[in-house]
Design a protein around this ligand. Structure first.
Ligand code: FES
Length: 247
């Protein structure tokens, strides 16, 4: 089907602005369209509550590309609150209009932007936990979750870390579950670890805790990597690990 596009849409489609990955993003947001299956990932860099840089990667049609391109131009320099007010209609208007059947395409960019802002704000007020070898800043990540001697807990609001002794480390069995319960009791939002036993992971996930995979860097560097959205979700979850007293 052919659509009538405005000159502005064609211009942004032919020469999309800010269409690239951002390595040092403060946060990202990703949405898929239930209408067509296309998707868009938005990257934002925030400084003092203002979006100082923005970019995106999109798998979508001409309207989606042009809308995302225009949206990035509209958003750069705005506060997070101002950016949250932008609607798909605003983007379509800035492009001189979109065919009615293409309005959902402009919502990809707007939806991903709002998701990125929500993710950024969530990260401003959360507790992150990592199993660590020592109760010292600069410590490395402990390979065992349930039997780690300490958990380092970082508060993104106060930017302070405390160390929690892992009482479960000396348990005869079920160390992972007990350690997970300690984390849940401390109202932690995110755990970063190299691996996790299935029972412990079930306790954490049921409480809404998100799991991310650590890298070989120090615990503090891992936290910074998480805040910069560079860590991947943890997929190293071992069924039956708990049976060997080593989770
Ligand atoms: Fe999928 Fe436009 S048709 S984004």
């Amino acid at each position: 089907m052919n659509f009538e596009y405005t000159d502005k849409v064609i211009e942004h489609f032919n020469n999309p602005q800010n269409a690239h990955k951002m390595e040092d993003a403060s946060a990202t947001g990703e949405v898929g369209s239930p209408t067509c299956g296309d998707s868009l990932k938005m990257y934002i860099k925030v400084n003092e509550n203002r979006i100082v840089d923005i970019s995106y990667l999109v798998y979508g049609c001409c309207a989606a590309i042009a809308s995302a391109s225009m949206l990035t131009k509209m958003v750069k320099g705005k506060t997070l609150e101002e950016a949250m007010q932008i609607t798909e209609e605003d983007v379509a208007d800035a492009l001189g209009g979109l065919p009615t059947r293409k309005m959902h395409c402009s919502n990809l960019g707007v939806g991903a932007l709002k998701e990125a802002i929500r993710n950024y704000k969530r990260r401003l007020k959360m507790k992150i936990v990592i199993p660590v070898d020592e109760n010292l800043i600069g410590t490395g990540v402990c390979p065992s979750f349930g039997r780690t001697p300490y958990f380092m807990m970082y508060d993104t609001e106060s930017k302070e870390s405390i160390f929690i002794e892992n009482a479960a480390a000396r348990s005869a069995g079920g160390a992972g579950i007990k350690a997970a319960q300690t984390i849940v009791d401390n109202r932690v939002s995110v755990v970063i670890a190299p691996r996790c036993g299935e029972n412990a992971a079930n306790v954490l996930v049921a409480a809404g805790v998100k799991l991310y995979k650590s890298t070989n860097e120090s615990a503090m560097d891992n936290i910074q990597s998480f805040i910069s959205d560079k860590l991947l979700p943890l997929d190293n979850i071992h069924p039956g690990f708990h049976n060997h007293g080593n989770n």
